[in-house]
Design a protein around this ligand. Structure first.
Ligand SMILES: Cc1ncc(COP(=O)(O)O)c(C=O)c1O
Length: 434
């Protein structure tokens, strides 16, 4: 039972201290217990706790939306922000927004949303329909509307047996998307993707050129590009949004998690001017809504988080390509695990990393899934006071074990060194017990 958080640490009811190396599922970016965030929430609650968006907008909603559009960059100038209570709600919103956009511009046949295998876009039924996470989908498949899922470059286990970091085969994956779009016979409305894969595959970074070609393919076919930055947005990868690493300009950008750093439930759908204008010039209103859209207290939290991360230069702190940053130190120390017998791959960018485990390094054979290797490492780490995010299924949706690591951007060199040593000890402990 957690009772307190401060900095990179959380305390339980028995007084045990844990270092939050997972950022509480890649949520916490600014650290726990930042007093100015709770103060901003309390101030908003005292002034105006809630109004319904069918009746009012609020100063915090209008001002924060402008600030977020500016944070999202020049491409989103003239766009609009739709606030929700989290990632899945935002994905549902983006899917419906894409459909409405196509209807408004007269493309009534377009409704399919293509996505990638081994992706995760949320737990509601619409979000599950575009997700590839086998374990999280399987039971609900009879209830889920299926659209095409295409392969994605996962260099450590590349389907094309590549030797160049997926440089060339990235283009083959993009070509697969183009064929899938063509096969819909003009029914494709949008393509959704995680710029860096999140929980399902674990921090797999897109190879050079792949996302650029994907964006061109979508444009060529009138298919909207939806970037799911629920996990990667708001600085997590060392850029405001991860798409900036590849200079991709999505039509719709979805974010949550780090948006409020967990201080309040919050998600956002950032629509480009093209999408907003189509609706403004058409029916004039987005036919969608949740009661708690743009909740003032959540927005006060999000706005204070944005100010805090800008004032403290936390996006720069999360840039793993800049020597001396916490992210660069994390990358460097994590790399020391690569030599361990059971570590197959270490991958990631910024402050979003994964360690993939293998039973046999030379063949990349995974552990039998029933051994729950990642889960056991997670439990062993927990006993040592370290929080990580264990996942299974990276190989085929069922087997394959990895840990997702996404610490707050305020982590220090000393904390990184301690955390990685605990992780190493946890690995040894579990391996020895097999
Ligand atoms: C990339 C991505 N999209 C969507 C979601 C769903 O967000 P939420 O759990 O806030 O509904 C997640 C959650 O992990 C995610 O990682």
């Amino acid at each position: 039972m957690a009772v307190r958080g401060e900095g990179v640490c959380v305390w339980d009811a028995d007084g045990n201290k844990y270092l939050d190396l997972a950022g509480s599922a890649a949520v916490n970016f600014i650290g726990h217990g930042v007093p100015e965030i709770s103060a901003a929430m309390a101030e908003q609650a005292a002034k105006l706790e809630f109004v319904h968006t069918s009746q009012f907008t609020t100063p915090v909603a209008e001002e924060y939306a402008e600030e977020l559009l500016a944070f999202a960059g020049e491409h989103f100038r003239g766009g609009a922000v739709y606030f929700t209570c989290g990632g899945s709600e935002s994905i549902e919103t983006a899917l419906k927004l894409a459909r409405q956009y196509q209807v408004e511009i007269g493309q009534l046949r377009r409704y399919q949303v293509l996505s990638r295998q081994q992706s995760y876009h949320g737990s509601t039924l619409g979000a599950l329909s575009v997700s590839g996470n086998k374990r999280r989908r399987e039971m609900y498949l009879p209830m889920v509307r299926e659209f095409p899922h295409v392969g994605m470059p996962y260099c450590y286990r590349c389907a094309f047996d590549c030797t160049d970091g997926c440089h060339n085969c990235g283009q083959q994956y993009a070509a697969e998307l183009e064929r899938a779009i063509e096969a819909t016979n003009g029914e494709a409305a949008a393509f959704i993707f995680e710029p860096v894969s999140g929980a399902t595959l674990g921090a797999v970074v897109a190879p050079p050129g792949y996302l650029q070609t994907v964006a061109q393919v979508c444009r060529r076919h009138g298919v909207l590009l939806i970037a799911d930055e629920v996990m990667t947005g708001m600085g997590r990868t060392g850029r405001n949004f991860a798409v900036e690493h590849w200079d991709i300009k999505p039509d719709i950008l979805v974010t949550a998690k780090g948006l409020s750093s967990g201080y309040a439930p919050l998600g956002a759908v950032i629509a480009s001017k093209k999408v907003v204008d189509a609706i403004a010039a058409g029916s004039g209103a987005f036919l969608h809504g949740f009661t708690y859209n743009a909740h003032p207290i959540s927005l006060a939290a999000g706005r204070a988080v944005l100010r805090h991360l800008q004032a403290n230069k936390l996006v720069a702190a999360a840039d793993s390509s800049q020597a001396g940053t916490p992210a660069a130190q994390f990358k460097q120390v994590l790399e020391t695990l690569r030599n361990e017998e059971i570590v197959g791959d270490i991958r990631g960018i910024g402050l979003l990393w994964a360690v993939e485990f293998v039973a046999d390094k030379s063949t990349k054979r995974p552990f039998p899934p029933e051994q729950n290797f990642a889960g056991r490492v997670g439990a062993a780490a927990l006993k040592r006071g370290l929080l990580v995010y264990p996942m299974q299924g990276s190989v085929d949706g069922i087997s394959g074990d990895h840990l997702l690591l996404a610490p707050p951007a305020i982590i220090t060199g000393g904390q990184i060194a301690w955390a990685v040593e605990q992780l190493r000890a946890a690995l040894f402990e579990v391996f020895a017990s097999l």
